[in-house]
Design a protein around this ligand. Structure first.
Ligand code: KG4
Ligand code: ZN
Length: 339
């Protein structure tokens, strides 16, 4: 194996991050600036704010990662940068910065698909046997992958509309719980024991495709039916904690049921999978993890998930993918685009 020092850069959404990965030691330093606080008041990410903040922060965040590794930019062999998918303005900041560094310092560069970063993020801290099944769920994406080897994967299903994390965020907004919605919904659901009070419909007819926008509407109309929400005024009428807990719990159990159903479908269709992985921001959710772990057990395979810092957007996963691509000599030329 050739020895490389990789600088990973991530700026596809509202996080700007840098990480250093070496062949001998793996991830040795990372730095991240999250804008979650800035977007809170809007209940979601505002693209214009995101890219403007990235411009201000990307240089300092890269320097922080280099300082953490006790390196200068001259010690870097390869720059790995997210070039898709994501918010165009946000992606452009990271890609332009990476190209400027690579071009001026004569370093190699590799364009990385953000989703490949998530898909392999559970491999950063674990040795996962190939082939494995991977479910990615974040604020922007929900997909299920057949992963054969490093960089060799096929999308088995993705979402037809909203992403799972987006559904958490929208339901939380409806319940006036703040942003991001996932952690607070999990907390409220835990308080009432993850019970399925309202039995929202499960989308059983989409094969390995996901659809969450119907569920969001089902939550809304069920609240209207109970006299808890005024559609005209767009206002929650019953703001009791009891109702919020019951909706949060029923919604979370429904999402977990959908994930389990998809995973069991994929596992029942092939005996090849040696493991199951769950990644992305939603993989911070302990309840969904426990349900997916049970599903993996049922099929006699181990279950893996990344630690929280590699679940949500991060540059470690970009540096990790950059490293195996460097080993495979899959470098990009400077002309690559975003998206
Ligand atoms: O991966 P991520 O940081 O950003 C994207 O690439 O989109 O994921 C953020 C998403 C948010 O929608 C947030 O509500 C969700 O992950 N999330 C959770 C939990 N923690 C974060 N969803 C469910 N349960 C959680 N504990
Ligand atoms: Zn992401």
């Amino acid at each position: 194996m050739k020895k490389y020092t990789i600088l990973g850069l991530e700026s596809s959404c509202d996080e700007v991050a840098a990480a250093i990965y070496t062949t001998e030691q793996g991830i040795i330093a990372s730095a991240l600036f999250s804008q979650t606080e800035m977007h809170k008041r809007y209940g979601g990410v505002v693209p214009e704010i995101a890219s403007r903040e990235h411009i201000k922060k990307i240089n300092a965040i890269t320097q922080e990662a280099l300082d953490g590794a006790r390196m200068t930019v001259n010690d870097i062999d390869v720059i790995a940068v997210t070039n898709k998918p994501g918010l165009p303005g946000s992606l452009l900041i990271g890609v332009s910065f990476a190209k400027a560094l690579a071009g001026s310092l004569n370093k190699k560069i590799i364009a990385i698909n953000h989703l490949e970063g998530h898909a392999f993020s559970a491999c950063i801290e674990n040795i996962i046997p190939f082939p494995f099944l991977c479910i990615t769920a974040s604020g922007g994406h929900t997909s299920i992958y057949d992963i054969q080897d490093y960089g060799d994967y096929t999308t088995l299903g993705t979402t037809l509309d909203d992403a799972a994390g987006e559904a958490f965020d929208k339901v939380a907004k409806l319940l006036q719980l703040g942003y991001p919605g996932g952690p607070i919904i999990e907390k409220l659901a835990a308080e009432v024991g993850f019970e399925d009070f309202f039995k929202y419909p499960r989308n059983k007819n989409y094969d390995l495709m996901f659809s969450f926008s119907g569920l969001k509407t089902a939550v809304l109309y069920d609240a209207v039916k109970r006299g808890a929400y005024d559609l005209q005024k767009k206002e929650l009428l019953d703001t009791s904690m009891e109702l919020k807990q019951k909706i949060a719990s029923s919604f979370l159990v429904c999402i977990a049921d959908i994930f389990v159903q998809k995973v069991e479908k994929a596992l029942s269709e092939s005996d090849d999978y040696k493991a199951l992985a769950f990644v992305g921001g939603v993989a911070c959710n302990k309840y969904i993890r426990s349900r997916l772990e049970d599903a993996a057990k049922k099929y006699g395979i181990p279950f893996f998930f990344p630690s929280p810092r590699y679940c949500t957007d991060n540059a470690g996963m970009i540096a990790f993918v950059g490293h195996y691509k460097a080993q495979q000599e899959k470098f990009s030329d400077l002309g690559f685009d975003i998206l």
